[in-house]
Design a protein around this ligand. Structure first.
Ligand SMILES: *Cc1c(COP(=O)(O)O)cnc(C)c1O
Length: 538
């Protein structure tokens, strides 16, 4: 692909994971966005990313003396941000809020524009304070800055745009600004909505209905999110309460889910929404230079010794774990990595569900597991999951580790240096799961439920393992029992014997894991699909 004649795309995202210490991200959605705009730079395509400049980012979450997570926030300063000298104004609660616009291409990414309300002119400078830090009014204020402010920023910077891409529903208010612009030019609401739809494409990420954000219309109105539209016009777009995903689906010409299975799930979830755009599948991908260890790439490409390259990286991980936790794992024994957001559907503790089965392996150290992950600051259930993992570490101090304050550094270390990458969500609730791609390309073998991206990649017993058979039921008790049995069968019956008794086969599987994923799940393929199926309208 070349830049010539390609539509230029304004890409809106609440978060960007570009570097561990650039705290503009919380999790998978942001990591995807960060990888996306690095990949866009690599192949030179005109994608213009827009986001918010978070003062404190997402929570720093550590473990206290009782083994429970606690949150803390710090102000961060970044000296590499360029001041564009441009400011735009949005109206929030009837007051002018001025947004300063920063720019950075510091991480090998397409120039990223970040809106910032933390300037002395503003009475409320805290709108861009904490990423996902608050609910309700504050979230809407952030979304006004991202959406309405984002469109105004593009105008003020005089950047021409052909397509607006909303990475998740957070940016839906950008469409309300596009509609307002057209109505100011003389269009009726109907005309403006129709024309705006032709410019927008939308990516949905969340297969859990409650995870799709909504707000009462009265609150949106009070905050200023109507932006000149009437209540009934807003209701036609997003319903009452106003659902950001429903709005995204009705404001776009086409939408996508982030894996084939997820697109199926999303089509079922939203089938009752009249007037929505079709949802196709474009599977997520990763920026390989960011996540894949060069020593593995070299060993793979030169047909070198993959196992010894891996052993070296695994040793570094073991050193890193010891530095962080004081626990020294055994480099000869199987090391399982598991890092994810602490959400119940991810079932971090499924492996502990039958102590009678797993305990002997943990006591002997034949199975070692390192966990990491944050709970949302306001999610008590998630916090209990973290506390439970920490208590498992105390119970099995030689073989279970929890690393606090999950970030991109921990993510990279674990997906490079573990032997096995474990993933056991309640199918079909994992939309994609890019950490598994990072692992696969590093020759870290996936052992996973057939959810998210894995059904597309898994050749069972050849490039990794599937847990179970894709069983689904809304009876979670039954599902958990079924899947925990399947997990033990796969892990103890197939993974362990290969690891301990057949190193040659293991190394062969590492090679297949890399071979079958390195192109298919790299950002270039994903970007080409977005251009071919979403951005270039037929
Ligand atoms: C890769 C990554 C994610 C996304 O991984 P999932 O498989 O979706 O859990 C989230 N957080 C960090 C820090 C990552 O590196």
């Amino acid at each position: 692909m070349s830049e010539k004649n390609l539509p230029s795309v304004a890409y809106f995202s609440m978060e960007y994971g570009l570097h561990s210490d650039f705290k503009m991200y919380a999790g998978g959605l942001g990591i995807l966005a960060g990888d996306y705009i690095k990949g866009a730079k690599d192949i030179n395509v005109p994608i213009i990313p827009i986001g918010l400049k978070w003062k404190q980012g997402y929570t720093d979450q550590r473990i206290d003396a009782n083994g429970n997570p606690y949150d803390s926030y710090h102000n961060y300063v970044y000296d590499f941000l360029e001041d564009t000298g441009v400011k735009v104004t949005v109206k929030i609660r009837g007051l002018d809020v001025i947004c300063k616009i920063w720019k950075t291409e510091h991480f090998g990414n397409n120039p990223l524009y970040l809106l910032d309300t933390d300037i002395p002119e503003n009475a409320d400078a805290w709108i861009t304070g904490q990423l996902y830090g608050w609910f309700g009014e504050e979230r809407i204020a952030q979304e006004i800055v991202l959406g309405i402010g984002g469109v105004k920023a593009l105008r003020a910077l005089e950047i021409p745009v052909d397509v607006y891409h909303f990475n998740e529903g957070h940016a839906a208010l950008a469409a309300i600004e596009l509609i307002r612009e057209k109505m100011a030019g003389g269009d009726t609401f109907e005309e403006a909505w129709k024309a705006t739809r032709q410019e927008i494409v939308f990516t949905t990420h969340t297969p859990i209905k409650e995870g799709n954000e909504s707000h009462p219309l009265s609150r949106l109105e009070y905050m200023g999110a109507f932006n000149g539209l009437t209540r009934s016009q807003m209701e036609r777009i997003g319903g009452e309460p106003f659902n950001m995903t429903v709005a995204g689906l009705r404001l776009s010409r086409i939408s996508n889910g982030v894996a084939k299975l997820h697109a199926e799930t999303a089509n079922k979830m939203w089938k009752e929404v009249p007037g929505r755009s079709p949802i196709i599948a474009i599977t997520n991908a990763i920026h390989t230079p960011t996540w894949v260890d060069e020593r593995i790439t070299r060993a793979y490409e030169e047909n070198g010794d993959l196992w010894s390259a891996h052993a070296e990286i695994k040793n570094e991980l073991i050193g890193f774990i010891e530095e962080r936790s004081g626990i020294r794992l055994n480099e000869d024994n199987l090391l399982i990595g598991f890092s994810r957001r602490a959400a119940p559907y991810k079932r971090s503790d499924l492996i502990f569900s039958r102590p009678d089965i797993i305990e002997p392996y943990l006591e002997s150290g034949k199975v070692q597991i390192v966990f990491s992950g944050k709970a949302h600051p306001l999610d008590d259930t998630g916090k209990r999951i973290v506390s439970n993992l920490v208590s498992m570490m105390k119970k099995y101090p030689k073989s279970v580790v929890f690393l606090e304050n999950y970030d991109m550094t921990i993510g990279a270390m674990l997906t490079r240096g573990s032997d096995v990458w474990l993933n056991n969500p309640r199918r079909p609730l994992e939309a994609s799961g890019t950490s598994g791609m990072k692992a696969a390309m590093n020759g870290v073998l996936n052992c996973s439920i057939l959810d998210g991206w894995w059904p597309e990649a898994c050749i069972d017993g050849e490039n990794g393992w599937q847990i179970g058979d894709g069983f689904e039921t809304t009876d979670f008790e039954l599902l958990d029992r079924h899947d925990s049995e399947a997990l033990y069968d796969t892990l103890l019956g197939r993974v362990l014997p290969t690891y301990y008794d057949n190193r040659e086969k293991w190394t062969q599987m590492m090679r297949r894991s890399i071979e079958t994923t390195r192109t298919e799940f790299a950002t270039k393929r994903m970007l080409e699909e977005y251009y071919g199926k979403m951005y270039i309208s037929s």
